[in-house]
Write a protein that binds this ligand. Structure first.
Ligand SMILES: Cc1cc2nc3c(=O)[nH]c(=O)nc-3n(C[C@H](O)[C@H](O)[C@H](O)COP(=O)(O)OP(=O)(O)OC[C@H]3O[C@@H](n4cnc5c(N)ncnc54)[C@H](O)[C@@H]3O)c2cc1C
Length: 475
């Protein structure tokens, strides 16, 4: 097994997976325009591994072979620093507003690797499976997505209380050679990934939910698996008009498991509520670093776009506009501080793995999710009303009206085309369907904000604060 190139990645997706989009069955995702933008982006990441400029950020040496850093266990402080460089390299080189590319979905596998003692109490195969999968992922750099969220049905009821027992994914059979699962999960990027790590959602992992307490790794072409994709945003869209939608539409999928067989080698645990609770509690230990890095890259893009727009129209000379941009800079630099502080105050797990400081990182997650919409609003304010009158490339190409567009969209020395390109980028960050999805991602994809707040509450040194306050109160 060796690391894949971009072309090998494309080839590997022609594996008979069952994908539907807008009601149409897609035989080959690499040939369908809904997926080609993101497949190109992923292929670029695969190729980056072999280039001098990115080799060390994306891979590491193991004897005389190189392995993928996305899946390297954080055994040293340096590994944490390198994880930052790795994600930063992809966001900078490929796209700063891209979310699912496989660097953070391994986090819950690290959590399970770290708790061999607990896993072995249930079944010694579990930890062996986790270790084998981490090894395999490092060797091949398979693109692994993440399936946590079920369709849930009635939110006031537990999984076992639902009218339809399949509204949460569950084990319907345990056999000598594996388990059979039924249900459905959300999965960003599933249709152009290789495998998914499927695990329980946020919830109360009481004993009655035993059948639902299951985690496993499944290939995206497994028999019985159906990918029902959301409608694409970028089909037929001109990259001039929608520069992000046209190239980086990360298709989200409802993955239906119609009695899918999972061999024991790929099972992380089956019917174990205690392990479901564990994986949910510590799910984002390492993934949240990737989330903060993405939030930082988005904040940087908001600052850059605001500066470009305000420079073009010369609103940059107005102190109140500078103040608005400074607010965006505060957002960027606060995220930067959370990332660097969590890394500087890194902690070790009981078995010695290094993780970013959890209280700082969890506070950063809540901050990033809560403040993103305000940051987007700041850019919207700076760009003004131009987005609603901006003409498309087709209008620009029409000789009869081209002169008008060139005349009225020119701002001083800034030609109309440059002005329109900047407005179009701002639209992609503030008001297009792409922007709407990005905003939903920011508040939900790392679990909803209330769950992030609970994670902060649990990771915070409450006793320390209580002790100091109690002393002051002379208790
Ligand atoms: C763009 C995008 C991409 C995504 N990608 C993935 C993915 O790749 N993999 C994956 O597994 N999931 C993914 N998700 C799903 C995401 O994890 C869920 O949307 C999120 O967990 C919320 O679940 P829900 O949508 O069912 O909302 P609901 O559970 O219906 O929640 C709706 C509202 O009710 C609140 N609420 C619900 N329950 C409680 C409670 N007990 N206490 C307090 N408030 C509560 C929520 O906070 C929210 O405000 C993605 C979501 C988006 C938007």
């Amino acid at each position: 097994m060796t690391l894949m190139t971009g072309n090998e990645y494309r080839e590997s997706l022609r594996d008979g997976r069952k994908v539907w989009i807008d009601g149409e069955r897609v035989e080959d995702v690499t040939a369908h325009p809904a997926f080609t933008g993101m497949i190109d982006a992923m292929a670029r990441i695969y190729d980056m591994q072999f280039e001098d400029a990115f080799r060390d950020a994306l891979t590491f040496e193991d004897g005389d072979v190189r392995r993928g850093r996305f899946y390297k266990l954080p055994e040293t402080r340096e590994d944490l620093v390198m994880r930052r460089h790795m994600t930063h390299a992809v966001l900078t080189e490929v796209c700063p507003v891209m979310d699912r590319f496989g660097d953070e979905t391994v986090s819950p596998l690290f959590v399970m690797y770290d708790r061999k003692d607990l896993l072995d109490q249930y079944d010694e195969r579990y930890h062996r499976n986790v270790a084998r999968w981490i090894d395999k992922l490092q060797q091949t750099n398979l693109f692994m997505t993440s399936g946590n969220t079920d369709m849930k049905g009635d939110r006031s009821r537990q999984p076992y209380q639902q009218q339809d027992p399949d509204h949460y994914l569950r084990v319907v059979e345990e056999r000598a050679d594996g388990i059979v699962v039924r249900g459905a999960k959300y999965e960003t990027g599933a249709s152009y990934a290789h495998v998914a790590f499927v695990k329980p959602t946020v919830g109360a992992w009481v004993v009655e939910n035993t059948d639902y307490a299951v985690a496993f790794i499944v290939p995206m072409n497994a028999p019985g698996l159906r990918h029902i994709c959301r409608s694409p945003l970028g089909l037929g869209v001109d990259p001039f008009d929608r520069p992000l939608t046209a190239r980086f539409d990360e298709i989200d999928t409802l993955l239906v498991f119609d009695d899918v067989f999972i061999p024991w080698e790929d099972v992380v645990f089956s019917r174990k509520p205690d392990l479901a609770r564990l994986i949910r509690t510590d799910l984002t230990r390492w993934a949240a670093q990737g989330f903060l890095l993405r939030s930082f890259a988005k904040a940087d893009t908001l600052v850059g776009t605001a500066l470009l727009a305000a420079e073009q129209t010369r609103t940059i000379t107005i102190p109140q506009v500078k103040q608005r941009i400074a607010e965006l800079m505060v957002f960027r630099e606060t995220l930067n501080s959370f990332i660097l502080a969590a890394e500087a105050a890194a902690q070790q797990t009981d078995t010695g793995l290094w993780m970013p400081n959890q209280a700082i990182q969890n506070a950063g997650r809540v901050y990033a999710s809560t403040n993103y919409n305000q940051a987007v609003h700041n850019l919207r304010d700076i760009i003004g009303g131009s987005p609603v009158v901006v003409p498309s490339r087709k209008s620009f190409a029409n000789e009869e009206i081209r002169g008008d567009i060139e005349k009225y969209f020119r701002v001083g020395d800034v030609p109309a085309e440059d002005r329109i390109r900047v407005v179009n980028l701002a639209v992609e960050l503030t008001s297009s369907a792409f922007a709407g999805r990005a905003q939903a991602y920011q508040i939900f994809a790392e679990s909803p904000i209330f769950a992030q707040s609970m994670a902060l509450y649990e990771s915070y040194d409450r006793q320390g604060s209580v002790k100091r306050a109690a002393r002051l109160a002379n208790l």
